[in-house]
Design a binder for this molecule. Structure first.
Ligand code: F3S
Length: 401
């Protein structure tokens, strides 16, 4: 990869060891992908995980004096204030979260702790070159906003934020954004949960190809698109999709295919969507809790839950994970209080894949998101996956069908 004089100076350590390390990593990635050069970015999002390896790298960069030129938004860990007040975390969990907070703060990150910054405070324009990690974020910014990012790792996105540049390869280049798999959807997509199921079922059929969907209405909801990308990029590695009339660079099917025939054509039926979810979901029956917000729930989703539980008492725990923005709005709109009175919780800054859920180990819950079930399963937590309404109903009854 060719570096200009300024980039060579950073690599040589003239701006300190932190930027030099970040540059070294970006150059190595660029060389691995035959990128010809670095190009500037205008935004970044770092999928911090609040786990030891992620923290090791962030602290290493911070100790070396790195500071982000492009302050990135960051993924959730867990809310220190909330879980400490509830007595739900061990001293070592608190210490890890505090160190993660300190490291990213000293790197100059925007401490939003949400995986859906692309809906509020980190929204790119069409064509903007950016560095986004996080499985739900990358497809959304590529496919809905029309920005250009590769499927960055937390570490590569952080290095890009420090240097302010990324290697030019992959989805930054128009030919590589071509849809190569045509996915014909005959299943009913009339609710947001159908998009969770669709995103979960498609990767097995298309591998690493970029899909263009036929059969998704152009008035698909924001939540449907969030769900679709989150599951596509969790069940598989699909950082971009096209929907003609939704994806900015794809006004037509032919534009998505860039005038070429697809390599693969597949059909997705209602039965396939249901079969895939059933295969993954734990068995229905009595449940101990319901968890929503993976990716972080929107205000509209919080409103739906509040409407269903208003004036009623939950039989199980109910957790709604969301951004601090949505939490604040739900307070202002009285939704927080409605859900609190029913026995539920709305919590900001928090992810299901965190060490704040010790008390759920060995228990069974329900969720509307396969991704929500996917990570905690490793911690011994079971999940039945159903639509939002069925899950809320289950929280009111204590069991799910
Ligand atoms: Fe967000 Fe954590 Fe789920 S980052 S998408 S809440 S696994």
């Amino acid at each position: 990869m060719k570096l200009n004089i300024e980039e060579q100076a950073i690599l040589a350590g003239e701006k300190g060891p932190g930027p030099a390390l970040a540059m070294e990593i970006l150059v190595s990635i660029g060389d691995a992908f035959d990128a010809p050069r670095l190009v500037p970015i205008s935004r970044a999002h770092v999928a911090l995980s609040n786990q030891e390896a992620d923290l090791w790298f962030a602290e290493k960069l911070a100790r070396a004096g790195a500071r982000c030129i492009i302050p990135p938004t960051v993924n959730p860990g867990f809310s220190l204030d909330f879980f400490t007040a509830q007595g739900m975390v061990l001293p070592e969990d608190k210490a890890l979260m505090q160190r993660t907070f300190d490291a990213y703060q000293s790197l100059g990150a925007r401490m939003n702790f949400s995986c859906t910054p692309y809906l509020f405070d980190n929204i790119p324009r069409q064509g903007e070159v950016i560095a986004f990690s996080e499985s739900s974020a990358t497809p959304y910014v590529n496919s809905v906003w029309g920005a250009r990012t590769n499927r960055e790792a937390a570490q590569s996105a952080l290095c890009a934020a420090v240097v302010g540049k990324v290697p030019e390869y992959g989805l930054l280049l128009t030919p590589n954004r071509r849809a190569t798999a045509l996915v014909r959807v005959s299943a009913d997509l009339s609710n947001d949960f159908a998009f969770q199921k669709l995103g979960w079922a498609v990767p097995e059929k298309i591998g690493h190809r970029i899909p263009v969907f036929e059969g998704i209405p152009t008035d698909v909801s924001m939540e449907g698109l969030v769900n679709l990308g989150a599951q596509l990029n969790t069940a598989g590695a699909v950082p971009m999709y096209h929907i003609a009339g939704v994806t900015p660079e794809a006004p037509t099917l032919d534009a998505a295919l860039q005038g070429q025939p697809p390599e693969l054509v597949v059909e997705i039926t209602k039965k396939e969507l249901n079969d895939q979810i059933e295969k993954f979901s734990d068995r229905p029956g009595p449940i101990d809790f319901v968890m929503f917000g993976c990716p972080h729930h929107t205000l509209r989703q919080v409103q739906k839950v509040a409407d269903m539980v208003q004036g009623r008492t939950l039989k199980t725990e109910l957790w709604i994970l969301t951004s601090s923005y949505t939490l604040e709005m739900s307070r202002r709109m009285g939704l927080f209080e409605i859900i609190r009175k029913s026995g539920g919780h709305i919590v900001a800054d928090t992810c299901p894949d965190q060490p704040c859920w010790h008390h759920l180990k060995g228990k069974k819950g329900a969720t509307d998101s396969p991704k929500c079930a996917y990570y905690p399963k490793r911690r011994g937590i079971q999940f039945v996956v159903r639509d939002l309404e069925t899950c809320v109903d289950a929280a009111l009854k204590g069991a799910i069908a």
